[in-house]
Design a protein around this ligand. Structure first.
Ligand code: IMP
Length: 193
């Protein structure tokens, strides 16, 4: 089985290959020459569906897409769907973390979660999977592995931020890892029908 992953992100592609490699061949948008797909929906699920649908409409093949957001309880779920550009268009991961830490200064409730939604279009039918990891926002940055908000996210039950963990440990418990595992379980069952 071959499937297009609607991303230009090489890191995510490798992560997907690591999890799904045993049962399918994953190709990304760079490899098929597809341009960036604008994320214009106002929910994670909406964006994941929009990207998968774009690939399906243009290439007529099995495909999946993901969208991720960090939701902070004390900020009414922000940055959420705006996670990539929280500090403005073209901002860096550092800018986003600084803005978030500023808003969280003196805030006692530090609960947050990462959510990933994966939209799969298989034989023309849409299926969605969600992965989630709960944790807290730290008071400062710790660690330099990973990307995004990793240095300020401490997952529940662990004493290291995502940025202090090795990739294998993070992938095992992360939002994206969990959503990918659900996708994998679904595909295995689907294939065996
Ligand atoms: P995307 O939908 O995977 O592109 O994620 C949107 C944004 O969420 C990214 O630009 C990051 O800021 C943040 N993000 C996504 N996944 C992670 C993660 O695993 N760790 C930290 N931040 C993440």
């Amino acid at each position: 089985m071959e499937m297009i992953f609607a991303t230009h992100n090489q890191h995510k592609t490798e992560e997907a290959r690591h999890i799904l490699g045993g049962i399918l061949q994953v190709r990304n948008l760079i490899e098929i020459g597809c341009p960036e797909i604008p994320e214009t929906a106002d929910t994670l699920k909406g964006n994941a569906i929009l990207k998968a649908q774009y690939v399906y409409d243009n290439y007529r093949c099995d495909c999946f897409a993901d969208d991720t957001g960090l939701e902070v309880e004390a900020l009414d779920g922000r940055p959420g769907v705006m996670s990539a550009r929280y500090a403005g268009e073209g901002c860096s991961f550092e800018d986003n973390m600084r803005k978030l830490l500023g808003e969280m200064q003196g805030v006692e409730n530090r609960k947050a979660c990462f959510k990933t939604v994966i939209a799969l279009i298989l034989d023309g039918e849409l299926h969605c999977f969600e992965g989630r990891v709960d944790g807290v926002i730290t008071s400062g940055e710790k660690g330099d592995a990973g990307f995004g908000y990793d240095p300020i996210f401490l997952p529940d039950g662990h004493d290291k931020t995502f940025a202090e963990m090795d990739a294998a440990t993070k992938n095992r418990i992360s939002h994206r890892g969990r959503a990918m595992e659900k996708l994998m379980a679904f595909l295995k069952e689907y294939r065996g029908r």
